[in-house]
Design a protein around this ligand. Structure first.
Ligand code: ZN
Length: 405
């Protein structure tokens, strides 16, 4: 019997464990140890193990033909005090599929290539999906090597240090474009659990607009300035926040969050003179993003005029939604129906490596439930039965893609 995905996750989950959760940042000792463990697992299966110059690690099980590989994967790095399933599930699940195929003597048409993408979380160096972005050509390796991490070290220094690239694994960069890409991941939200559905076909990865909003009013004595003449920057921001919540519900299939706010001067006895806050708005539908953008600007103008404050909105980040491949999603739904696994369609509000790889080849994703929707926290959890079912569904899907391509 091949080792179960739960046992593999338990072993990975001990690496980098602290009091509040798991911390495995790119090119640190725990992340290096997790990558080395994956490389060992790959070699034990008789697979080719290879890495590229940004630190993506590939476990390749040769197919009958030399046609481009069917690629699948996720990431082994974590946020600070993160959980044991985000990313690691897709990697351990993919490895489990390779182990089961090997144990059953199944020969696939295409090479099955498991990728553990480097630095997906951006928790040490300030670029998310670092490894998959370099692989997909979104970012240039040489520029990325100059990035400074949160400890001041450059990526180049970290990569050549004791916890950089794996010393016993060949390095190359001449990977041909994969034929297709599939990613197995925990949902990181509450939708599947609330509906008691074990599997989710991901429709698209949400696009995102991020803004900084400055509200300038007038500071004053909290005891002497009458309510009627105040230009309270915080009250204006608070009104903006509630109106934004209504706008996002109104637009539909859209989420908008104000997760960061700073009041100046931030004193109990002073009417706030200025407030700065940030908005994160997401949708899988580009038209809805345009609509929430229009409403954000309209809200700013309306509140500014009525309250006599200045409201300045700057968009500082913009990413289009990533539609996932219709044919791969169709193959996934057919596979789940055939295996009698209940499933629903749902969007991904979080970013994944599949976003970058989708620009290289057809890509799609399969989600399993997250207990209480918790993720990026130490108590992140998925029930063992859901983990096992997800891997069985994923294996059946990969084999169906291999037949259909
Ligand atoms: Zn992830």
């Amino acid at each position: 019997m091949p080792i179960s995905v739960c046992d593999r996750l338990a072993e990975l989950g001990e690496i980098g464990r602290g009091e509040r959760g798991l911390t495995r940042q790119l090119f640190t000792e725990p992340e290096h140890r997790a990558s080395a463990l994956l490389a060992r697992w790959g070699r034990e299966l008789g697979c080719e193990v290879v890495q590229d110059h940004i630190g993506n690690l590939f476990i390749r099980r040769a197919g009958r033909t030399d046609a481009p590989a069917l690629q699948f994967g996720s990431h082994l790095d974590t946020v600070l005090d993160g959980g044991a399933y985000d990313g690691a599930y897709g990697v351990a699940g993919g490895l489990t599929v390779l182990a089961e195929l090997a144990a059953a003597g199944v020969q696939t048409q295409r090479t099955f290539e498991l990728a553990a993408w480097a630095g997906e979380e951006g928790s040490r160096f300030p670029v998310g999906c670092l490894g998959s972005a370099v692989f997909a050509g979104w970012e240039h390796l040489d520029e990325m090597l100059e990035l400074h991490g949160d400890d001041g070290m450059t990526l180049a220094q970290a990569r050549s240090g004791p916890y950089g690239l794996l010393p016993d694994v060949p390095v190359r960069d001449d990977f041909p474009r994969p034929a297709a890409y599939a990613e197995l991941h925990i949902e990181q939200g509450p939708v599947l659990e609330r509906q008691s559905i074990p599997l989710g076909v991901v429709t698209a990865i949400a696009g995102m607009y991020r803004y900084t909003v400055h509200v300038h009013g007038e500071a004053g004595h909290a005891g002497t300035v009458p309510m009627a003449v105040r230009r309270d920057a915080f009250s204006a921001a608070a009104e903006f926040a509630l109106a934004l919540e209504t706008a996002a519900r109104d637009v539909g299939d859209c989420v908008a969050t104000i997760g960061w706010l700073a009041i100046t001067p931030n004193q109990t006895n002073i009417v706030p003179g200025s407030v700065e806050f940030r908005i994160d708005a997401r949708s899988t539908d580009a038209a809805r993003l345009v609509e929430i953008d229009r409403r954000i600007h309209a809200l700013a103008d309306e509140i500014a005029a009525r309250r006599g404050v200045e409201v300045d909105v700057q968009r500082f980040e913009e990413r289009a939604p990533t539609p996932l491949d219709e044919r791969l999603k169709g193959t996934l739904r057919e596979t789940l129906d055939r295996e009698a696994f209940a499933h629903i369609d749902l969007p991904s509000g979080a970013v994944h490596d599949a976003m970058c790889i989708a620009s290289l080849c057809p890509a799609a994703m399969l989600f399993v439930p997250s207990v209480a929707g918790a993720s990026h926290v130490g108590h992140e959890h998925t029930q063992p039965a859901d983990l096992e079912r997800g891997v069985q569904a994923f294996k059946a899907w990969l084999l169906a893609i291999d037949r259909a391509l």
